[in-house]
Ligand binder design. Structure first.
Ligand code: ASP
Ligand code: MG
Length: 403
């Protein structure tokens, strides 16, 4: 008999009709003689609505009360889901995190789970019951309610899979899995059957918002396989696990992209130790996240240009900070907010030479100019003009046999 964790996201439990539907999915898993632990998120929109309400009280709403407030959405969903299971004749009850308890540490609004008391839950599961546990919330050592960051019910599911040594973990959501690229931008996009955590992390940070990245990392470290699938379409989704892709003949697993980047170039900065640090320190101090960076080399050790990318929303702030920075000198600042980052991701590229060349050649054939390049072991990203994004995705998707 297997122990299985099932997690349902906000859209999966977004209405009473959907909750009744989810109850049927749970019943199916139960019929297979599995022991189940269910984690639910709040009904879609509820958490956002609670945040709005807190802001109506104060922009600096107390963080302890913020967590009590936000965690309430999950309580509603879990009670409704448990009620739906009881109605169809299954044994079920809801559990709030403090009742278990699920102990967290760290800051309010973004706590991390450090331990889960298994005793009560196991007893209940072994008696044939289906516990419905609130995702996203925990309790600190000071016995205050905490939350795990937006999308944090994923973290609850992964931690439960970890502490209970579950045989399987299903993440039910509103997409049917991870795709080779966004189907909205390329109709040839295909569902990926298996993907490694590393690839998924690269895809996630690039816009494929399937799971909370920190939960993915947690699953990776603890070697927990995850099945992502759709609540409403009955098909096998995507399996996320360790290094599956290395056994795949295709060097590239997927193509990710962003649309909200901006590029800034500082022309004529001094090429000497400390320059880059002086440029980027005040940006970091102001929470401006820098992504890609390139510096041209100066043959004479004199002056150089530095180009980097940031989120578009930060552009005004960033330029102001650069202009106020007395520690640096430069000739000119140029900026461009009509850029996009396109990345090819694949663990298979580690063992395949020539991937970089194929990418550049394919883009060149379509006359797409590359302005910045950055790479990691399993990813190559290029910055291009936003107007070329669709074309770039199409040509790369084809080039790497993903069509
Ligand atoms: N309800 C929380 C949120 O909206 C947690 C979650 O959905 O995973 O962020
Ligand atoms: Mg959610």
């Amino acid at each position: 008999m297997s122990l299985i964790v099932l997690k349902f996201g906000g859209t999966s439990v977004g209405s009473i009709k959907k909750i009744n539907y989810v109850a049927k999915i749970i019943k199916k898993h139960h019929h297979k003689k599995n022991k189940l632990i269910v984690v639910s998120s709040a009904m879609s929109g509820v958490t956002n609505d609670l945040i709005k309400k807190s802001k109506q009280i104060s922009k600096n709403f107390d963080k302890f009360e913020y967590d009590v407030l936000l965690s309430s959405g999950e309580q509603i969903a879990c009670a409704l889901l448990s009620g739906a299971l009881l109605k169809i004749g299954l044994k079920s009850r809801s559990w709030l995190s403090w009742q278990i308890p699920i102990i967290t540490k760290g800051d309010h609004k973004s706590s991390r789970i450090i331990s889960i008391n298994k005793k009560e839950i196991l007893k209940y599961v072994n008696s044939g019951g289906i516990p419905i546990i609130t995702g996203f919330q925990g309790i600190s050592n000071n016995r205050r309610i905490t939350t795990l960051g937006r999308g944090g019910s994923d973290a609850t599911a992964i931690s439960i899979a970890k502490f209970f040594s579950a045989d399987d973990c299903f993440i039910y959501t509103d997409v049917s899995g991870v795709y080779t690229t966004d189907p909205k931008l390329n109709s040839k996009a295909k569902k990926i059957k298996k993907i490694s955590y590393e690839e998924m992390l690269e895809m996630a940070s690039l816009g494929a918002k399937i799971m909370q990245p920190i939960s993915l990392q947690d699953a990776m470290i603890n070697d927990i396989d995850i099945n992502v699938r759709s609540t409403f379409i009955n098909s096998n989704g995507t399996k996320i696990s360790n290094n599956q892709q290395l056994f795949n003949k295709n060097p590239i697993t997927g193509i990710a992209f962003t649309k909200n980047e901006a590029k800034i170039t500082l022309i004529g900065v001094m090429d000497r130790p400390g320059t880059a640090a002086s440029i980027f320190k005040p940006l970091a101090d102001n929470q401006i996240n820098v992504d890609m960076v390139v510096q041209t080399s100066s043959p004479d050790g004199g002056q150089t240009d530095i180009t980097f990318t940031i989120i578009k929303d930060d552009i005004k702030n960033c330029i102001r900070i650069l202009k106020e920075n007395k520690k640096i000198s430069y000739k000119k600042i140029i900026h461009d907010d009509k850029v996009s980052k396109v990345s090819i991701v694949g663990a298979g590229m580690i063992a395949t030479p020539g991937v970089t060349y194929r990418m550049f050649k394919a883009l060149a054939k379509k006359k797409i100019n590359i302005t910045v390049i950055s790479t990691s072991e399993i990813k190559i990203s290029v910055l291009i003009n936003q107007k070329n994004i669709k074309k770039a995705i199409r040509v790369l998707h084809k080039e790497f046999d993903l069509d």
